[in-house]
Write a protein that binds this ligand. Sequence first.
Ligand code: IPE
Ligand code: IPE
Ligand code: MG
Length: 254
Amino acid sequence: MIKTYDDLYTIVKSKPIPVHVAIIMDGNGRWAKKHKLPRIAGHRQGVEALRSIISTSSELGIKYLTLYAFSTENWKRPKDEVNALMSLLVEFLRKEVAELHRNNVRIHVLGDIEGLPEAARTEVRRAMDLTNGNCGLQVNIALNYGSRAEILNAVKSIVHDVQSKRISIDEITEQTISQYLDTRDIPDPDMLIRTSGEFRISNFLLYQIAYTELVFTDKNIYWPDFTRERYLEAIIEYQGRVRRYGGLDTGEDD
Ligand code: IPE
Ligand code: IPE
Ligand code: MG
């Protein structure tokens, strides 16, 4: 029997909820192709999926949701597609931020904001400023984000702080590195979901996902098809995993 949203919700709520969920929202282009539509129609449909995943995350009491929206490598795409993606971002923020703010959602951006077009930069700053004091779900939007660029910047800042004697080499720990990344003060993701059946990370949160549980959807589930039911199923899959962190399972035998 197919489980309804309410059935799945009850199952998810009966076990520990992940604190931090990261998502590689992939497959908008393939969704559009399947429906014989231009790629941008796929991105537009992707925004609908995004809205429902944000509200479900809030409802579940997830604390951090990190969404890969535009990578440092996505600039390689045709100019028209890049422009359309930036316009969609601006439109999304203009339309949705007030409602997100009412729902106590805090919006944060990872990546190089300075490298975004002016309109996108303005909306991103406005959204972050408005929602800065909120204590509900924190939505981290990775925009013009690449993990290697993030690590490179962290290395440069650490070297700078060593040279200016703000910290000493001996004081540098794994936590220090975390604190120099864009995700400073955000715990590492508990789970990472990638839609569309692509088994790669594509330069996302490389340092942060050392012990994250990876969940890949079937290849026919493109991002616009990622309904709240599919989301709950992914969380149920996560809840069934045993996390050992290199140690031994301390729970009951399977
Ligand atoms: C994800 O969908 C959205 C972005 C990368 C901005 P894609 O545009 O990568 O869709 P596919 O992978 O080509 O199907
Ligand atoms: C990763 O998807 C980036 C985003 C979802 C924003 P891509 O579609 O860019 O990744 P590749 O090119 O398939 O690795
Ligand atoms: Mg893709």
